[in-house]
Design a protein around this ligand. Structure first.
Ligand code: SF4
Length: 428
């Protein structure tokens, strides 16, 4: 058997899918290599969500074209978000396989002449050599049936499809057996998990099953949430299930109702605030992050200021802010009144500056408090991990802590992370 190399960019769903593909290849006897030159199979997980990511993917493909010229026997596969596969095939004829999301069977068939991927979706790869991470993402649902006007996901990942709960439980059990302690359930619109399955199952019901049925699993998170689908049953699951973390990612995108209408988001700022209020009432120690787009076509200064005002009022722990990036084929890409890049950057920096102050003031009261941290690894001489509310914590320890739940007293806070000292290491 040969060697494979996987290059990944973009969201955690790509990372999760790349891990599963890597596990499947190793189960077939393939060996992972860090060197592209020595790989027999190169897989590139693509992202099209922003122009910047697409540019990086195309740069990678230019390099792979050269590599293929030098070593024609190398098989090259492109997976993840690619949009119009036919157009990509015409543009990059040297690519042997396009593995679009949702083409699972096609993937197996098309790779069959190179590798036998019968076990690509096997639940328990035997003695997989690669240790999974302490916190692993798991794709539970692909695609999106909504049509937000800025978003390329519906055309790159297709209609919504859920994985069967037994398959997810099997994958989580396998990861936990191999060392994982936390799973992050991934989807573009995670509350819609299970609606297409028969019998139907909700995300909250899946959380119950994972909480109750997987011994050794310490923590469960899920993302990305859609405000219109975050119902009371899910709030109760976050409030009551001990392994489900008090941590949600709930994109607001804009703090202005007219902009939300133009984006076709399907909710108002008032409805969003009301939802956050209800979640916080039931889950008082909630960690909440959001996504914001600045410089959407036609966004006036006053509308942008409405976003700043919403961020100051709601007070998120983390804000992922992006300058609007026109994606070919999406409605907003041809809207009039596209904003100049410089103006989009100015608005982006204004959000970052505001959020720095908000996050500092949220984190400052944690000084001297004890937080529970799941340690994920070591970097630059310190161990790092996250609280249940998803705050990054650094802590010094001479003994290995990876995979442990430890109590840490916070000794320093900033907008982005906490420093702390180890109290009582819990038994693994
Ligand atoms: S809900 Fe999310 S994934 Fe679906 S179209 Fe809107 S932004 Fe894209």
């Amino acid at each position: 058997m040969g060697k494979f190399h996987i290059w990944t960019i973009g969201c955690q769903m790509n990372t999760s899918d790349a891990r599963r593909l890597g596990d499947g290849l190793e189960a077939q006897g393939f060996e992972e290599t860090a060197s592209r030159g020595s790989a027999d199979l190169l897989v590139l997980y693509s992202c099209m969500v922003r122009q910047h990511a697409e540019d990086k993917v195309r740069n990678q493909l230019a390099e792979l074209r050269r590599l293929k010229q030098q070593k024609p026997a190398t098989r090259i596969a492109v997976a993840g978000c690619v949009g119009d596969v036919d157009a990509w095939q015409r543009q990059y004829p040297f690519v042997d396989f396009f593995l679009a999301p949702g083409q699972d069977l096609t993937v197996r068939d098309r790779l069959a002449d190179l590798v036998e991927l019968d076990q690509y979706y096997r639940i328990e790869p035997p003695d997989a050599a690669r240790a999974p991470r302490i916190s692993e993402g798991i794709t539970i649902h692909q695609g999106c049936n909504r049509n937000c006007t800025f978003c390329i996901v519906p055309s790159t990942r297709g209609r919504e499809r859920s994985r069967a709960p037994e398959e997810i439980l099997g994958e989580v059990r396998d990861l936990v057996r191999r060392g994982t302690r936390e799973v992050v359930l991934l989807s573009q619109i995670v509350e819609r998990y299970g609606r297409d399955l028969r019998p139907r199952i909700s995300l909250a019901q899946l959380l119950h099953r994972l909480n109750d049925e997987v011994a050794g699993l310490e923590r469960i998170r899920f993302l990305t949430s859609y405000p219109g689908d975050f119902h009371a049953e899910l709030i109760e699951a976050v409030a009551t299930l001990p392994r489900v973390c008090e941590d949600i990612n709930l994109p607001l995108q804009s703090g202005d109702d007219e902009m939300l209408r133009e984006m076709r988001r399907g909710y108002t700022v008032g409805l969003y605030k009301d939802l956050v209020g209800r979640i916080r009432e039931r889950v008082p120690r909630l960690g909440i992050s959001t996504d914001i787009i600045v410089g959407f076509p036609g966004e006036t200064e006053a509308q942008f200021e409405n976003t700043l005002a919403a961020l100051a009022e709601i007070r998120f722990d983390v804000v992922h802010v992006a300058a609007y990036s026109p994606r070919p084929g999406t409605p907003a890409a041809i809207y009039p009144d596209q904003l100049p890049l410089e103006e989009k950057k100015r608005r982006l920096h204004a959000v970052e500056a505001l959020q720095k102050g908000v996050a500092e003031s949220i984190n400052a009261p944690l000084l001297g408090r004890t937080v529970e941290v799941l340690v994920e690894g070591e970097a630059k001489g310190k161990w790092y991990g996250r609280t249940r509310t998803n705050k990054l914590v650094h802590v010094a320890s001479s003994e290995p802590l990876a995979g442990r739940l430890v109590d840490v007293r916070v000794t320093q806070t900033s907008a982005w992370s906490l420093q702390g000292e180890l109290l009582v290491p819990a038994a693994v």
